[in-house]
Design a protein around this ligand. Structure first.
Ligand SMILES: Cc1cc2nc3c(=O)[nH]c(=O)nc-3n(C[C@H](O)[C@H](O)[C@H](O)COP(=O)(O)O)c2cc1C
Length: 205
């Protein structure tokens, strides 16, 4: 099949791209709804990846709400410059999906869930206790991309927490992070998700 984006509607292009750019990692983003971070917003974003390691920069791409206003995570990042990105586990798929509900600004997706917050040591923020990887980030750059436009948010990682249960020493003095224990949840198209079925190695040339 050949597809020409210039002859397709934006919706059809979105459906094609999200079904073929797979699997996508998911940033489960906690962001402060107010200056004192008394209320926190939680939402998943799979237009997410690493951009640079020196300094450590990640990207998130956020569309708008159905009424055309900024998504709460985007507004919180632009107004307060910080967020915590979690790498959710495959068993948390339902909670991740549920946290994508569109609520009014200031309402927290955490209410009524079993997710718990703990202090994120080394930062002024909190993180989700049940998730094995958390990255404390600060806004680096905001760009508007495309016709709607889409908000491209570059964030710098200031602190990383990884549960000791998913870390090991490789015997050569390097800490390794065990993908099979992290069990990251990945996004496919539509309502489909994936987990790591098999981890295999390829000899380096
Ligand atoms: C797994 C998953 C991944 C998502 N990825 C994105 C994304 O990359 N960009 C985006 O704008 N919306 C994405 N969404 C939709 C947002 O999570 C949704 O609009 C949410 O309500 C935003 O919440 P907020 O307004 O509290 O920030 C995704 C939803 C799910 C379930």
């Amino acid at each position: 099949m050949d597809l020409s984006p210039d002859q397709m509607s934006p919706t059809d292009i979105y459906h094609a791209l999200t079904q073929i750019i797979i699997p996508r990692p998911i940033a489960w983003v906690l962001s402060p709804n107010d200056t004192n971070a008394e209320s926190l917003n939680l939402a998943p974003f799979s237009f997410f990846n690493v951009v640079c390691s020196d300094p450590p920069i990640l990207m998130l791409s956020m569309g708008n709400k159905s009424d055309g206003t900024l998504k709460d995570s985007c507004r919180n990042l632009l107004e307060r410059q910080r967020c915590v990105i979690h790498i959710a586990q495959d068993a948390q798929a339902a909670q991740v999906s549920d946290s994508a509900r569109e609520l009014n600004l200031g309402e927290s997706e955490l209410e009524g869930t079993e997710l718990e917050l703990v202090d994120f040591n080394g930062t002024s923020m909190q993180r989700l206790r049940q998730v094995p990887v958390a990255l404390a980030c600060r806004l680096h750059q905001h760009l508007e991309v495309g016709n709607k436009p889409q908000n491209l948010l570059l964030v710098e990682v200031e602190h990383i927490w990884v549960d000791d249960e998913v870390c090991f020493n490789d015997g050569k003095g390097r800490v390794r992070f065990d993908a099979e224990k992290i069990k990251p949840l990945a996004r496919l198209g539509g309502a489909e998700y994936a987990s790591l079925d098999q981890v295999f190695r390829v000899q380096r040339p």
